[in-house]
Write a protein that binds this ligand. Sequence first.
Ligand code: PXP
Length: 239
Amino acid sequence: MVKLGVNIDHVATIRQARGGVEPDPVAAAVIAELAGADSITIHLREDRRHINDRDVRLLNRTIKTRMNFEMAATEEMQKIALEILPHSVCIVPEKREELTTEGGLDVLKQKEYLTQYIKPFMEKGIIVSLFIDPSVEQVKAASETGAEFIELHTGRYSEVFSTKKEDDAFNELRHAAKLANELGLVVNAGHGLNYWNVKRILIIPDLYELNIGHTIVSRSVLVGMEKAIKDMKKILAVK
Ligand code: PXP
């Protein structure tokens, strides 16, 4: 069964709306794990707009499953990640003005830089994943950096879900996952997945983990985090 990584950045986004202390992403991570999350994803942004340094420190001591630390490929983030030693890092592009991570990393353009950048993580036994668009060029470039994992960006598929363009976007993902598996990469996927569009993604063979945030936190507001996670786990178990 494909694993479920729960992205709790969105809990911190709600906290940020009032600039106070609730809801606490640390409490969310505990409940998510008790409800069956296989890992917890957090993105420490350069501007600390949702997850902050206090969260990272506490989550690092409380997460019982695996911490997947999303980060831009900067010197500051590398230093932090090498201090906290998460189970995995997922390298993402980051733009200050974006609402959420918009596109995948351009690995092709920064192949040499990324190859060097990820080495210290691998030397420490931290799994490295590169968040990329589902294109042949990006998959090939990712495999050449030495990274063991990729996370395929499902944003386009999610956007065009239920329109005439859905098949094309789905096939892009399916082909990219197949190629990545052939090249020996472990494949995760995420971004924009929800309780409806995730079902078709499960057809893709050999996906390791789906990282899902917004839809789970949205449902949690209405029915509670435990139920929101159990509902998603039930869907993933159907495959
Ligand atoms: N994977 C990555 C790399 C992301 O940046 C995000 C968004 O924070 C997600 C997965 C989860 O996306 P969503 O919140 O749309 O489920």
